[in-house]
Design a protein around this ligand. Structure first.
Ligand SMILES: *Cc1c(COP(=O)(O)O)cnc(C)c1O
Length: 458
């Protein structure tokens, strides 16, 4: 076991391939369905929204997919990211556990999201795309794609959930600085946005609505704009596995192997990015690492949702996928982890959770910020409210190890820093944050709106 604190790889150790879980997953993926016909989608339908290379990655079962050299060159601006042993946190908790975290907050925009944004912009550029559309909640994804599109000379329009657009101007300005156009959603720019505003001019928006607008803007552009999604889809999770591939090498440098791997989940990409390479070692190499996906009690798609076919967006324009869902009509409570407010969960992750290969935990907001403040004071890094969910469970694991007097090796993903989330910390420090548990009745109610998929048809 190493006595180092930070485990740093060289540029030459940057992974050359992403890992595709579909090659090894014992649960076959459910078909993706067309939102109107409810029949399996054709590449033609998807090619309105995405370049062919990303569609092929979406359905690929090849185990490793080579990372193109121009993508690796840009990765080198911040990758490989450090793996850090949280020694001061261990001391503060007085635990025999060893706590490691993968620090994805060191990317230029402060989160893991550029890992896929750069890849998606690259494949779009290679296919001749001149303009793209996307949605963003609090702005983390929007900032990542703004940076990536700027690197590849692609125009970008971002539909930003209106409540964030108004209350969190800094990430909007960040996106604009990269040259992106940012619109509050619902907007007057799309038919769907106009319809919603006609019904309620004060509609504050949701991620599901913003996705609908970004999809409509691309789908009705006559082929001039492509759409991009920052989580959920197979190709997005694929691109994020660069995190776990590096972490495997770094745990090796540390001379340890994790008993438990932890990540927060919104759509599932940062968790899958770290966990899938370790899941491969479970499936193929006889390792027995527990993999824990952490969500807020306010958006409990895995722990309270239903595993079924549902629309990916509120307006029912995006494809239907089989996933753990709270229903596409879900309107999130105003919790501070903006990146964790999606109604569904990545299909591959949903299938693996359903098969019992992955665990899930839901944690309430106040305890999450308690953990975030403890982590800040111990390690000096102020985590994103999203990442703080992983910090909470990492600390709980360390405390349980202490109670049992056992050594436990814990690895979690610090998916981002919280420098743009000071208002959330301010509320916490002022004692104003409240817990919220999404009611099971609301899930049951939303299930009435599911697409009526004939199982025979799929
Ligand atoms: C977007 C975001 C998340 C949630 O998205 P996933 O796809 O589940 O990873 C988590 N943490 C940070 C910092 C984010 O920006």
């Amino acid at each position: 076991m190493s006595d180092q604190t930070r485990f740093i790889l060289n540029e030459t150790d940057l992974p050359k391939a992403w890992y595709n879980i579909l090659a090894d997953s014992p649960v076959p993926p459910a078909p993706v369905l067309h939102p109107q016909t409810l029949e399996p989608v054709t590449p033609d339908f998807l090619s309105v929204l995405f370049p062919m290379e990303l569609i092929l990655q979406e359905i690929s079962t090849e185990r490793f997919i080579e990372i193109p050299e121009p993508v690796r060159e840009i990765y080198k601006l911040y990758r490989p990211t450090p793996l850090v042993r949280a020694r001061r946190l261990e001391q503060m908790l007085d635990t025999p556990a060893h706590i490691y975290f993968k620090n994805e907050s060191v990317s230029p925009v402060g989160s893991h999201k550029p890992n896929t944004a750069i890849a998606q912009a690259y494949y779009n550029k290679a296919a001749g795309t001149k303009a793209m559309t996307t949605e963003t909640g609090a702005g983390q994804w929007g900032a990542a794609l703004s940076m990536a599109c700027n690197f590849f000379g692609i125009d970008l329009e971002v539909y930003m959930v209106k409540v964030s657009y108004e209350q969190k101007p800094y990430r909007r300005i960040f996106m604009q600085t990269y040259g992106a156009q940012v619109f509050p959603s619902p907007s007057e720019r799309t038919q769907y946005g106009r319809a919603l505003l006609a019904r309620d001019p004060n509609n504050r928006g949701s991620l599901g609505i913003a996705i609908s607008e970004a999809v409509e803007a691309a789908a009705t552009s006559g082929g001039t704009k492509k759409y991009s999604l920052g989580s959920v889809l197979n190709h997005v999770l694929l691109h994020q596995t660069v995190i776990g591939e590096e972490a495997l090498k770094q745990m090796d440098l540390a001379g340890e192997y994790p008993d438990v791997v932890i990540g927060c989940v919104g759509g599932g990409s940062n968790f899958a990015g770290l966990a899938y390479p370790f899941l491969r070692q479970n499936l193929k190499d006889g390792q027995r690492t527990r993999l824990v996906a952490v969500e807020p009690t306010a958006t409990p798609s895995l722990t309270k949702g239903v595993y079924t076919f549902d629309y990916g967006d509120t307006a029912r324009m995006a494809p239907i996928v089989k996933m753990y869902t709270l229903g596409h009509t879900f309107m999130p409570a105003g919790i501070h982890a903006g990146g964790l407010r999606y109604h569904g969960m990545a299909p591959s992750l949903s299938a693996l959770y359903d098969a019992g290969l992955i665990e899930a935990a839901a944690v309430p907001q106040v305890a999450t910020f308690e953990a975030a403040v403890l982590f800040t004071r111990a390690e000096g890094i102020l985590p994103a409210p999203e990442s703080a969910h992983a910090v909470r469970v990492a600390i709980d694991e360390a405390l349980e190890a202490k109670k049992r007097g056992e050594k436990r090796v814990i690895l979690f993903n610090l998916s981002g820093h919280g420098h743009f989330d000071m208002a959330a910390y301010q509320s916490y420090l002022a004692g104003e944050l409240q817990d919220y548990a999404y009611p099971a009745e609301a899930v049951a109610e939303a299930m009435k709106e599911l697409p009526q998929v004939e199982m025979a048809a799929v």
